[in-house]
Write a protein that binds this ligand. Structure first.
Ligand SMILES: CC(C)(COP(=O)(O)OP(=O)(O)OC[C@H]1O[C@@H](n2cnc3c(N)ncnc32)[C@H](O)[C@@H]1OP(=O)(O)O)[C@@H](O)C(=O)NCCC(=O)NCCS
Length: 169
């Protein structure tokens, strides 16, 4: 399993079917999925398709939503990475989501920072965008902590009204 980048507590690796049980359990939780897409939990089949699509995107373009793994015990905590926004781009979006039991320990900030640094460093992406539901205050805080700047409300992406954020490398 290919490691993309690592920090003191976490590393990012290319998603694979080894992650399916952990990710399917996390993304089946309505509370966790409330601010993702239209707010509907994902089925195991959908998570399978997304893992396959992520691995393919990584092979083709060098990026996707990678799997976030804790260094000391190998636990899968969630996903963080970059992807073409709204499936089409052209902007590249930073995104992250963790299983609910892992919230509130700074893991999202650490994983998001790692993904953004890999995207703007080795991958040479000069501009990242991010979107968050206005009421998703924890996510908005993560973005400002890692240096993103708020760029106003937009309904351009995913068919919802979201706060947009930008980071210029
Ligand atoms: C959003 C999410 C990634 C945050 O993960 P996390 O590991 O708890 O985040 P961190 O601990 O790194 O940082 C969260 C920050 O938000 C703050 N925060 C948390 N809840 C908050 C709230 N209701 N209001 C204001 N700030 C809040 C925390 O205090 C912390 O800031 P601080 O370090 O200044 O104290 C996590 O809750 C999640 O995966 N949610 C479901 C998926 C999702 O919404 N993803 C983002 C889509 S845009």
């Amino acid at each position: 399993m290919t490691t993309i980048a690592s920090s003191p507590r976490l590393h990012l690796r290319v998603p694979s079917m080894a992650d399916l049980d952990a990710l399917a359990a996390m993304w089946a939780d309505p509370e966790t999925m409330r601010y993702i897409g239209k707010g509907v939990p994902w089925t195991r089949d959908e998570v399978t398709a997304r893992i396959e699509r992520g691995a393919r995107a990584h092979a083709e373009r060098g990026f996707c939503f990678w799997t976030v793994v804790r260094n000391d015990d190998g636990a899968v905590l969630g996903q963080a990475g970059v992807t073409a926004i709204d499936f089409n781009g052209p902007e590249i979006e930073l995104g992250y989501r963790l299983g609910r039991e892992h919230w509130g320990r700074g893991y999202a900030t650490e994983a998001a920072r790692l993904a953004a640094a890999h995207a703007t460093g080795p991958l040479g992406i000069t501009k990242l965008v991010a979107v968050a539901y206005p009421e998703n205050l924890a996510s908005r805080r993560v973005l400002t902590k890692i240096g993103f700047h708020a760029a106003g409300l937009s309904d351009l992406y995913y068919g919802v009204t979201a706060m947009t954020y930008r980071l210029l490398a």
